[in-house]
Design a protein around this ligand. Sequence first.
Ligand code: C5P
Length: 315
Amino acid sequence: MRSYTLISPAKINLYLEIISDRPDGYHELAMVLQSVGLTDQIDLRSLSTESIQVHCDHPLVPSDKTNLAYRAAELMAAEFPQAFAQYGGVAININKRIPVGAGLAGGSSNAAAVLMGIDLLWHLGLTQSELQELAAKIGSDVPFCIAGGTALATGRGEQLSPLPNLEHPWVVLGKYRNLAVSTPWAYQTYRQKYISTYVSDADSLEVRRQRVHSGAMVNAIFKKDQVKIGQLLHNDLEKVVLPEYPQVLRLREAFYEAGVLGAMMSGSGPTVFALSESEAKAQQVQQHVRKSIPEPNLDLWVAPFTTAGIRVVAH
Ligand code: C5P
């Protein structure tokens, strides 16, 4: 029997622009994604039977097919039936620290870890791009979670161009424990309100994509200009989530009052993150926000940017 332990980091969106509708029902996006050192631990163990078992220490994380980690194992079994029969199934244990339903791609990152772990358990020798192709079948953020670091993502979010590693800014993350935002709700509401801004022809779509490739945020990342990166944070989904959830807006304001490089909601929220120049500054910001919002349901974390995606730590 063999086992692997993998570390699965959260991601934040430094930039999220919604460009148009897609024929597949998703949205055409332009995003800058960044891995952060707020991580889950995934333990994978071979089983002697052809079954998939998921266990998580967090009460809100399901053990069935609605869990992306389960779907990742199921996909591997379907794609590689001989290996599944030869090496048996897999028991997946998720030690959860990344908040759930938070806009931090926790579930997607866990699924990416399962794909990489099963590749190792079953000696498949898949390349990173082969793993990312499988990952795209599970969810839009899963391909990014495989490689991690800093990347520009277009299409549904699965077309990735790596960007230079950013090591310096530290991030403070805040999320109310009792608050979750549905990602489909956020995108549907955006569509209802802003459909008139969507581009509808292929040329305009290409122009918008290219604009992000050569845009101010990407330039700031190449120059590693933390101040500019902080000023250029952008997320179109804030336009629908902040009016609906005033606590999220209040949290964002509290970060700015604490003196940060920039603060923004991540993904479809409700997590808000703020960038700081150093670990010490990030800790001061955390204390300041804790005092200004004395709400027992507000969780805060301090984490570094990380340059890696999924990491194997033991086998
Ligand atoms: O791909 P994933 O399952 O993570 O997406 C969750 C939901 O977010 C989708 O069902 C869709 O409503 C929305 N979405 C979208 N366009 C994208 C990514 C996600 O509309 N590019």
